[in-house]
Each structure stands twice: as C-alpha cells, then as structure tokens.
Design a protein around this ligand. Sequence first.
Ligand code: HEC
Length: 104
Amino acid sequence: MHKPACLVRLVLAVLLVCGPASLGRAQEVASRAAGLVDGHGRTETAEVCTACHAAGQFSGQRLSRNGWALVISTMIDEYEMSEPEDSIRDTILTYLSTHFGSAP
Ligand code: HEC
C-alpha cells in the first residue's frame, strides 16, 4: 500500500543528495560566484575565492588594493589557501580592487 510513496521519497532523497554533485563544473563555479559583479577576473576570483566560503564572505567589503593584497596573503598564510600563480593572483587583486574598492 505505502510502497509507491516510499519509492517516490527515496528517489527524491537520492536526487537531493546527488543533484548538486552532478552539476557541471562551470555551472558549479557560476553558482558559487553569485554576488560577484561581472567583469574581467570574475571567473578566476570565483574559482579561487569561493572554494572555502561563499563570495558573500568578502563581497560586502570595500578595501584598497593593498587591503585586498593583505586579504589574499591572509588566506594563504592563515587559512592554507594554495598560492595562485602570480598572474592569477594579480587578476584577482585587480578584480577585487576594481569592483570592491574603497570609495575615493
Ligand atoms: C583555503 C580556504 C580559503 C580560500 C581559498 C579563501 N578563503 Fe577567505 N577565509 C577562509 C577562512 C577559513 C576564513 C575565516 C572564516 C571565519 O572566520 O568564519 C576566511 C575569511 C575571509 C574573509 C573575512 C576576513 C577574515 O580574515 O576572517 C575575507 C574577506 C576572505 N576570507 C576573503 C577571501 C578572498 C578574497 C579569497 C580569494 C583570494 C579567499 N578568501 C579564499 C578560507 C579561505
């Protein structure tokens, strides 16, 4: 009697658990990037900076270029972020200070 309902619930549960894991990589990065304005370096920033926390962790901040450089160093030194290549680091730094820069 109750079996069909149970089966439906099981299928739903499996979909819920497996759904996010089966998202394409690009799609996954895109969803983690929610809250990051469009612009050069957005993809790199999303890839590197949303691996451990949501973009919301930093998208509310307004910092100078030096301030962002310090944030990146902190992530590497204190939170074991793997150090990006220099060119990627620079792209991210430029993206952050352009779109999340301190008011002039
Ligand atoms: C290896 C994991 C990891 C990566 C990658 C990472 N972070 Fe973090 N970040 C953390 C942790 C852990 C915290 C502390 C969270 C807390 O206090 O709740 C944090 C906190 C922050 C904070 C809050 C300030 C602070 O010092 O607590 C900011 C801003 C931030 N991250 C920005 C960034 C930016 C920008 C990037 C990309 C360059 C980045 N994070 C990449 C782990 C990471």
